[in-house]
Design a protein around this ligand. Structure first.
Ligand code: SAH
Ligand code: SF4
Ligand code: F3S
Length: 449
């Protein structure tokens, strides 16, 4: 019997989630089947992340768990995909004997061949980066659902000094506008209600004369009942054209993830972020003017080399000024090979933790206040299904990506747009009451959004 059962776990960012679907597409075309049962798998793949040390430590822990499986089944193939495969390459095999296959983000086409190499008792390694690979012609494997990720470009040319991504994902390259729009069409035909266009820096998207605003507009036109989201935007490259495109297309969500990283110009410079706080705040102001009601989320790093208490306070000040709806907040983690790695990691762990804690607490307070201002207001919610905590409630999200819980109602099913009145909030969740179903045949969505 051919060994063809594959189990995959995915770590890291949404790009990895999208890549796992790509890998599943490639494997299925080559006769493999996916399984959710790790103990029955012939091949175990981990799609990994290198962005911070703790992301890599989790993978080492997970590999430890598989040792017994391999002892029970010496023919089991264990593979590492993604950013850690690219960063550590052969070292990973030398260090971790359990690993048979190492494949970086630009060599997934070779995966079936490299798994065969491993079935024959050799190590299968593919870690070359490419300047052109976009997997444009490969259809990712997706279960039916409401929400999908579409990666529209790969790689990053920004070289922020703390970041491994340019090393693990290589140079920036974009898919063709046509292939992305076709993918949106296919998802629309299958009943998907929301797509998120993905790239490390989507604002650098380029396909001949088309830029990212053109791609967003073309994607939004496919089906006006489908929500379009995108991530991530770099503050240097976010254009007014993009802001107007969001404002003009009601099904492009009024929500921008715009990582600031730090509130101090001195630190931003050391990070090679290529913008100043003044530029950043101007951009935010601009966006608020062009897109009424727009919301923002951000990424923040605490304890970058040489960060002083004053630098930290500047970060808190920016948070208060922008009033982010949400934030992803991290302690600085030195990554070998990056420019910042050569700087002394001189903020102690204790201070990093303390500053991070202050950042998290401030964000919770801001999120809570922002949510409180929504009490009594009406929101349009795309219902995703029963609430995770109780089947007496339904859960969905607003245009600004906030989770809303409403009491179960027989008139409402998964995938419906519903008008809801917000009655109660926490810093993370809105609770509301059902008002009415949005009449899509009437294009009520356009009128009320
Ligand atoms: N391209 C995206 C995502 C990059 S990784 C962007 O530019 O925003 C996601 C976030 O991880 C980054 O925004 C940054 O806040 C954080 N990050 C990256 N490298 C890090 C490091 N070495 N230590 C701590 N946080 C890091
Ligand atoms: Fe990393 Fe900066 Fe590129 Fe984002 S823009 S992936 S933080 S190098
Ligand atoms: Fe991690 Fe690679 Fe994404 S390092 S954050 S999986 S691009």
């Amino acid at each position: 019997m051919k060994k063809n059962s594959v189990y995959i776990e995915t770590y890291g960012c949404q790009m990895n989630v999208a890549d796992t679907e790509l890998v599943q597409g490639i494997l299925k075309n080559n006769g493999y089947e996916m399984t959710d049962n790790v103990e029955q798998a012939d091949v175990i793949l981990l799609n990994t992340c290198s962005v911070r040390d703790n992301a890599e430590q989790r993978i080492y822990g997970r590999l430890g768990n598989f040792k017994n499986l391999k002892i029970g089944n010496p023919e089991l193939v264990v593979g590492i995909l993604g950013c850690m495969a690219e960063r550590l390459r052969k070292d990973l095999i030398e260090e971790k004997k359990i690993v048979d296959v190492i494949v970086g983000p630009d060599e997934y086409r070779k995966l079936p061949e490299l798994i065969d190499v491993a079935f024959n008792g050799e190590k299968g390694i593919g870690v070359k980066l490419s300047r052109t690979e976009t997997y444009d012609d490969i259809i990712p494997y997706r279960e039916d659902g409401l929400q999908a990720w579409i990666s529209v470009m790969r790689g990053c040319d920004k070289f922020c000094t703390f970041c491994v991504v340019p090393f693990t994902r290589g140079r920036e390259r974009s898919r063709s506008l046509d292939s992305v729009v076709n993918e949106v069409k296919q998802l629309s035909d299958r009943g998907f209600r929301e797509v998120t266009l993905l790239g490390q820096n989507v604002n650098s998207y380029k396909d001949n004369q088309f830029d990212f605003a053109d791609l967003l507009a073309a994607s939004a036109k496919v089906n006006r009942k489908m929500r379009i989201r995108f991530t991530t935007s770099h503050p240097q490259d976010l254009s007014d054209k993009l802001l107007y495109t969001i404002a003009e297309n009601y099904n492009i969500c009024n929500y921008i993830h715009l990582p600031v990283q730090s509130g101090s110009n001195r630190i931003l410079k050391l990070m090679n972020r290529t913008y100043t706080i003044e530029h950043y705040l101007k951009l935010i102001q601009n966006a608020k003017q062009i897109i009424p009601g727009v919301s923002f989320s951000t990424d923040i790093i605490s304890g970058f080399p040489t960060e002083t208490y004053d630098d930290h306070v500047m970060t808190l000040d920016v948070m208060r000024e922008v009033k982010y709806d949400g934030a992803y907040m991290f302690k600085y983690s030195p990554r070998e090979g990056t420019k910042a790695f050569k700087m002394a990691d001189d903020v102690t762990e204790e201070i990093k933790t303390k500053r991070l804690q202050e950042i998290i607490e401030l964000q919770q307070q801001i999120s809570f206040e922002k949510n409180q201002s929504l009490i009594g207001k009406e929101e349009i919610v795309l219902i995703e299904g029963l609430s995770k905590k109780s089947d007496k409630f339904l859960s969905g999200r607003t245009d600004s990506n906030k989770v809303v819980i409403i009491p179960f109602d027989e008139k409402v099913t998964e995938g419906n747009y519903v008008k809801v009145q917000i009655v109660r909030v926490t810093s993370a969740t809105l609770f509301g009451n059902y008002i009415s179903l949005i009449d899509e045949s009437n294009d009520e969505l356009a009128l009320t959004a």
